[in-house]
Design a protein around this ligand. Structure first.
Ligand SMILES: Nc1ncnc2c1ncn2[C@@H]1O[C@H](COP(=O)(O)OP(=O)(O)O)[C@@H](O)[C@H]1O
Ligand SMILES: [Mg+2]
Length: 300
């Protein structure tokens, strides 16, 4: 079972957009189905992007079955007869929202645990021990042969971001190509406990969102970046690779930068590209990047 965290050190770096757009390719790679669903968990409880994009803010029972309700101070407590209960009846699953239709796959192939907009974590400022609920959730997922769990993480050191990163095998680290972003991300990973990081795969994804004038394209177009942005990305790549070549991946051949190009459509209609109908050339490139990321997640 793949455990993936969509992380960034600051907000607005394209985590939710990446999470949603990589889903169709993950479904493919992981062979997700209603029997072995892919589960999306909206861990960004302060600004719940995928809950918003998938229009789950008004989901029935969201106040009882949200990330806050499951993992907050009065969260789910494992029961002894848990394993005797069929998947569809288990309290942790019964109320997950079927969201496959957004991705043109069978509805039950992708399930989502939304976050309740505006609901706090129940004052859980000390997270030690609280992540047991998430661990338990993952245990149950494993028992039921879920194909993967994708956390749309919060930013930086926030409670649920720590959980998502700590409990995932793969961290998709989105960043905008700015100096502050590069340094902050670097500092974040420097603090990362090596024992926790050792077995993790960290994929650095410099997104261009939504910075005007920075367009990540290949080859001859790459001269359009300001030099500082190129340097920032290059430095983050080098620093990361120096730390541990096994754990960081970012294609950066001569004249090519790995990232998701800027898509005009996202500026006015946020959501899932694969279901958006006719695609422009740039959108096709972006989709290809999302597909590559799904392959990196699954093959390494
Ligand atoms: N490749 C892209 N091109 C253009 N806009 C994008 C792209 N990816 C994301 N965006 C836009 O950038 C904004 C922030 O993205 P979002 O995924 O919500 O970031 P985060 O979850 O990190 O806060 C959104 O308005 C989104 O539509
Ligand atoms: Mg988000």
């Amino acid at each position: 079972m793949k455990k993936i965290s969509c992380f960034s050190y600051k907000g607005g770096a394209g985590r939710s957009t990446l999470a949603l757009n990589v889903v169709p390719f993950l479904v493919d790679e992981l062979d997700a189905s209603p029997e072995h669903p892919l589960i999306l968990v909206d861990m960004d409880v302060d600004s719940c992007g995928i809950t918003y994009f998938l229009k789950l803010e008004d989901a029935p029972d969201i106040d009882h079955y949200s990330v806050q309700a499951m993992f907050g101070v009065n969260g789910y407590i494992p029961q002894e007869d848990d394993e005797d209960i069929p998947l569809t009846e288990h309290v942790l699953f019964k109320h997950l929202c079927k969201v496959g239709k957004w991705f043109n796959v069978e509805d039950g192939s992708v399930l989502c645990l939304p976050a309740e907009p505006g609901a706090a974590m129940g004052g859980a400022t000390n997270y030690d021990g609280r992540d047991n609920f998430v661990k338990e959730f993952l245990e149950v997922c494993k028992e039921y042969e879920v194909s993967g769990v994708l956390f749309d993480s919060a930013v930086g050191d926030q409670l649920t971001a720590v959980w998502s990163n700590r409990l995932s095998d793969v961290i998709l680290c989105c960043m905008r190509p700015t100096k502050q972003f590069r340094e902050g991300t670097q500092r974040f990973f420097d603090k990362f406990d090596d024992r926790i990081a050792r077995d993790k795969q960290i994929i650095v994804i410099p997104n261009v969102v939504p910075t005007e004038g920075l367009t990540l394209l290949d080859g001859e177009e790459s001269h359009r970046y300001p030099e500082y942005a190129k340097d920032a990305i290059k430095k983050s790549f080098e620093d990361n690779v120096q730390r541990n070549t096994n754990h960081y991946h970012m294609d950066m051949m001569e004249g090519e930068l790995f990232g998701v190009p800027k898509i005009d459509r996202f500026m006015w209609q946020e959501g899932v590209l694969t279901t958006a109908g006719h695609l422009t050339e740039t959108e096709r490139v972006a989709l290809d990047r999302y597909k590559t990321i799904a392959k990196l997640i699954c093959n390494i």
